[in-house]
Design a protein around this ligand. Sequence first.
Ligand SMILES: Cc1cc2nc3c(=O)[nH]c(=O)nc-3n(C[C@H](O)[C@H](O)[C@H](O)COP(=O)(O)OP(=O)(O)OC[C@H]3O[C@@H](n4cnc5c(N)ncnc54)[C@H](O)[C@@H]3O)c2cc1C
Length: 385
Amino acid sequence: MNERANLVVIGGGLAGLSLATRLARGGYRGRVVIIEPREEYTDDRSWSFWTRADQALPVAAARHWSHWRFSRYGGDPVTHSAQGWRYSYVRSSDLYREALAVIQAQPNFKLVTGTRAGAVEHHDGAVSVVTGAATFSAPFVIDTRPPAAARFSDSTLFQCFAGRELRFGPACLDDRQVELMTDMRSDALGFVFSYVLPLSPTRALVEATRFSTRPLGQAQLSADLDQMLASRGWSDAQVMRTEAAVLPMGLPAPDASVPIPGVVQAGMGAGALRAASGFGFVRIQAWAERCARELLQGRPPVGHPAEPKLQGWMDRVFLRALANNPERSPEFFLRLAASVPGEAFVRFMSDRGGWRDHARIIAALPPWPFLQALHASSLRPGPST
Ligand SMILES: Cc1cc2nc3c(=O)[nH]c(=O)nc-3n(C[C@H](O)[C@H](O)[C@H](O)COP(=O)(O)OP(=O)(O)OC[C@H]3O[C@@H](n4cnc5c(N)ncnc54)[C@H](O)[C@@H]3O)c2cc1C
């Protein structure tokens, strides 16, 4: 069976849904098909990111915090805040629910769930996407599938974590501050730290995170989390839901030597995650906004913009230094936290760093591991975003 559309979106995750909701809200008149393998949407992740305090968000954020802290295992914390900025949290179930309601209200939008896209080919001015249900063709296709395994495994580092949303009986949390990177230490598997988002005095998302040179399995990550919870006396808290990920940090650039006309890659597979942090929410929202604007004005879709050169270079050097020196990684992050003002740190992490911010980051870090990393990273190309 062949179905024609004006736009096919492969993948109804963050990037695909963010684009589709903007098109639907903007009154896009063409026929849009979104192809998504999952049968149903669950609360499978949460997105945190820094935003300007006056910035409107694409979905109601569940929480905002003005302070976040860093600490070594057993050490004193360094607390950051940044004038005019806040750390925000969006629950995936909220974003999915809102997006599905907007998309399903449009008769010209079709979300095909339980279906995986296969071959994507260009013939006679149209792109066809083969699925088990039908072949969909359109002048333009947005491909938001995750990166292929071989490319993924070539990343410099992997951010691996297991998380649980916990509910505590008595109020026991200070919910005014996020634990961004606490309990930092290194062991035989590399650099490990805790991440705690206190959602209320009785509820928190708690994660044990590792930066590793290879993807780590869930058994290891769950064991890390069990150990962290035990050390805090939190083992008996009620588990409301779980989430986990292995995110590429420093994903190699997609192979653009044979681009398919009419196909635009977006999301994580297009290198949307920031190499130094694994964060992608804000970049994906900015891309969705811009791409929707082009389509709504009758122009072809666009991909993610090129990463600012200096920032991309610094991220590559930083990742290489972390990969080469896992035992010193807690020191690197603590130096950044202690010496770089909150505003400069947040601007740098949010793709808004100027040369002064970059200079502060460089000045905070010990020179020798970074000179070695500089040499190593000059030998390999960076991601294309
Ligand atoms: C648990 C977790 C927590 C995260 N936390 C943060 C955070 O706090 N802050 C932040 O900025 N970033 C975070 N990220 C990183 C990033 O923002 C997310 O991974 C984000 O979902 C990436 O959006 P995406 O659209 O590229 O990928 P996804 O949201 O994963 O969407 C890709 C979609 O493609 C679909 N798909 C796969 N194969 C096919 C196929 N063959 N055909 C059709 N569709 C296919 C998938 O089912 C999926 O729905 C987190 C990631 C995870 C996994």
